[in-house]
Write a protein that binds this ligand. Structure first.
Ligand SMILES: Cc1cc2nc3c(=O)[nH]c(=O)nc-3n(C[C@H](O)[C@H](O)[C@H](O)COP(=O)(O)O)c2cc1C
Length: 170
């Protein structure tokens, strides 16, 4: 699969088989995540792997969708705001969200390459997630990623803006 094919194979999967992910496949996906780039190579992230039934029950309280409940496991992607690089000059900016986003997309693409499905979920109850999993500042849970084998692997057509809307030729 070349990279274009992989970007098309990755889509938001919202239907999962209960099948457990093989440890070596999971390890491969985690390694691809770990190798993601970050500003000043600070790697300001922590990924909580949620697979025990009692923990899956907890995470399902943070985002109420039937399809979300189907996933056999989840990753809680957190940024560490004490570790992230902050640009101090010229429009100061914390790069924590950028770093975590790159790592999460590594995760999603690696998973797709392995035939797994994922979906970015940001519209979750962050406060409850913190409480249930004991995630305190400076960590911030940013994305929940359900991960598992898709019930039906149907990437479908990508609905995206046209090239000339996205790229500006000066
Ligand atoms: C930052 C971000 C947050 C998202 N949050 C959610 C979410 O809370 N719930 C959901 O069902 N999908 C969520 N999505 C998935 C998007 O809806 C999806 O990526 C987009 O519609 C494009 O579809 P595709 O991923 O199948 O290519 C999110 C995606 C991103 C990148």
């Amino acid at each position: 699969m070349n990279f274009l094919e992989l970007t098309k194979a990755r889509y938001s999967v919202r239907s999962f088989e209960p099948r457990v992910i093989e440890p070596e496949t999971l390890h491969y996906v985690m390694e691809c995540t770990r190798l993601a780039p970050s500003a000043v190579n600070l790697q300001p992230w922590k990924f909580f792997v949620v697979s025990k039934p009692e923990d899956c029950a907890k995470i399902r309280q943070c985002y109420h969708r039937d399809w979300f409940n189907e996933a056999p496991m989840y990753i809680i992607a957190c940024t560490n705001h004490d570790e992230s690089w902050k640009r101090r000059r010229s429009e100061p900016k914390d790069h924590a969200d950028i770093d975590i986003s790159i790592a999460v997309e590594h995760l999603c693409l690696a998973a797709a390459e392995q035939g797994l499905g994922t979906c970015w979920v940001c519209n979750f109850d962050v406060t409850l997630c913190r409480e249930l999993f004991g995630i305190a500042d400076p960590l911030e849970p940013v994305v929940l990623i359900p991960i598992g084998y898709p019930k039906v692997n149907e990437p479908g057509e990508k609905n995206r803006k046209a090239m000339d809307e996205v790229f500006v030729n000066l």
